[in-house]
Write a protein that binds this ligand. Structure first.
Ligand SMILES: *[C@@H]1O[C@H](CO)[C@@H](O)[C@H](O)[C@H]1NC(C)=O
Ligand SMILES: *[C@@H]1O[C@H](CO)[C@@H](O)[C@H](O)[C@H]1NC(C)=O
Ligand SMILES: *[C@@H]1O[C@H](CO)[C@@H](O)[C@H](O)[C@H]1NC(C)=O
Ligand SMILES: *[C@@H]1O[C@H](CO)[C@@H](O)[C@H](O)[C@H]1NC(C)=O
Ligand SMILES: *[C@@H]1O[C@H](CO)[C@@H](O)[C@H](O)[C@H]1NC(C)=O
Ligand SMILES: *[C@@H]1O[C@H](CO)[C@@H](O)[C@H](O)[C@H]1NC(C)=O
Length: 397
């Protein structure tokens, strides 16, 4: 176990005032960078964790879309009424196995007393087209600030094939099953004190959108992994999948003029414009425009392997008995067609169908005026306060 001393981090300006006062460990991380959360409530250790996975994935009979025309045709064929690619491409199973570098960020409260008392870590899993920064967008729009201020640790990360994490084959390797395996493996690392050397009593899974699908799948496949879950931006139906895909206008990421995805193979896709991101995930004027711009600047990639396999994860987590919190933006287009209380509360509907045996302490929340990207809307503070209150009410502190 190695602990930061002022010499190791001397080059990192942000740590100098605190490194001698706080006992912060970087166990498990490679290429460590110390930073503060955007609202300055926490001190964070970021770097690469080695994450071993070994999981049965799907053998896909699918040729990489070398051009944007081919990517667009793929989206149409995923959504078409008969012979959908999600049914015709899978032709068997195959083992997906490897050690992957997952870019992760462990954030802690910034006082020695609070660090000593940490009992719970929250594992934060972002949605498609976002990266780990969704959880720490800007002051007031940072769930990491809210959680660490309340005495929790958080672990946010870039999914496999996203941001700074490894980008293996986007068809045969970066699939829904491998993302679930990564999240499960991160939980195992935390349980075994291999992330920062901390022993946590409780691990809470917090997801957004596709990250909620992955977190929910962990509770279905490994019901003892997580002590509680908070799922944001996820409902039971997929009625609005087509409108979402159409608005995002996914193109081969390497074709973007901005160039940050230049070296990625075809099969990694990204939304073509920020208009599509607004259309799908934001409701004007109820979001913070600076938070929106910051998320657009961090737009990420999704793989065709995930596009073709994510739907296969959906199903109830009947063996999960912990508390579940479901949070939806009141006016979320992609989850609810723009009204999450129509014809009934969609958060409550999701909770009862997906978690038939959840603890009676389970809750739901509808975030006023928010679209899909709850954390960037003006009601974010209310959503975060609700999420923390849900955990505290369930004695997970
Ligand atoms: C620092 O943290 C480590 C691991 O949690 C612990 O073993 C050690 O006693 C702590 N040291 C101090 C000075 O608190
Ligand atoms: C952030 O918080 C630390 C510790 O409380 C403080 O020393 C520092 O000045 C703060 N930075 C900013 C930019 O407010
Ligand atoms: C993959 O599936 C096979 C057949 O169902 C099973 O025997 C094997 O244990 C699975 N492997 C993994 C890594 O889950
Ligand atoms: C893969 O798909 C092509 C058509 O796209 C088809 O001709 C071929 O038989 C398929 N291969 C397998 C193994 O199913
Ligand atoms: C991952 O790395 C460990 C340690 O080097 C090794 O034992 C293991 O076989 C590797 N796993 C895979 C799936 O490559
Ligand atoms: C949402 O739907 C509910 C139930 O149908 C309705 O009462 C409410 O007025 C709708 N809200 C908006 C903003 O359309």
């Amino acid at each position: 176990m190695k602990f930061i001393s002022c010499t190791i981090v001397a080059a990192v300006v942000a740590c100098i005032p605190v490194c001698s006062a706080l006992n912060i460990s970087t166990t498990g991380f490679r290429d460590v960078i110390i930073s503060r959360s955007t609202g300055n409530k926490s001190i964070c250790v970021a770097g690469y964790l080695n994450v071993p996975i070994s999981v049965n994935g799907t053998k896909l009979n699918y040729t990489v879309p070398a051009t944007n025309e081919a990517s667009t045709e793929t989206m149409v064929e995923i959504l078409q009424i008969t012979n959908s690619l999600t049914h015709t491409a899978p032709i068997g199973t195959q083992l997906i196995q490897g050690n992957y570098s997952i870019y992760s960020r462990l954030c802690l409260p910034d006082t020695a007393a609070k660090i000593t008392n940490i009992k719970t870590v929250q594992v934060l899993t972002h949605g498609i087209t976002a990266d780990n920064t969704y959880w720490d967008i800007s002051p007031g729009y940072s769930y990491i600030d809210a959680a660490t201020d309340a005495g929790y640790a958080t672990l946010s990360y870039d999914q496999l094939g996203v941001g700074n994490s490894d980008h293996p084959d986007p068809i045969q390797v970066v699939q829904a099953a491998s993302q679930v395996a990564v999240t499960h493996a991160l939980v195992q690392l935390l349980r075994n004190a291999k992330v920062g050397g901390y022993h946590f009593q409780n691990i809470v899974g917090v997801g957004h959108s596709a990250g909620s699908i992955l977190t929910q799948a962990v509770t279905a496949q490994y019901p003892r992994d997580l002590d509680a879950v908070i799922l944001t931006g996820l409902v039971t139906n997929s009625y609005y999948l087509a409108i979402t895909q159409a608005s995002l206008n996914m193109v081969n990421a390497n074709s973007q003029v901005s160039g940050q995805f230049r070296d990625l193979p075809a099969g990694y896709l990204t939304p073509q414009t920020e208009v599509g991101i607004q259309f799908a995930f934001y409701r004007w004027p109820n979001y913070d425009t600076a938070a929106f711009s910051r998320q657009v600047a961090h737009k990420s990639t999704n793989s065709i392997g995930v596009e073709l396999t994510l739907g296969g994860l959906l199903g109830p987590a009947s063996s999960f008995a912990g508390p579940v919190d479901v949070v939806l933006g009141a006016n979320d287009l992609v989850s609810c067609g723009g009204n999450c209380t129509h014809p009934q509360n969609q958060a409550a509907a999701f909770l009862s169908t997906s978690y038939p045996n959840a603890s009676p302490g389970s809750q739901t929340f509808i975030a006023a005026g928010a679209g899909h990207a709850i954390a960037a809307h003006k009601s974010a503070g209310d959503s975060f306060a609700h999420m923390i209150d849900f955990l505290q009410t369930n004695q997970i502190s």
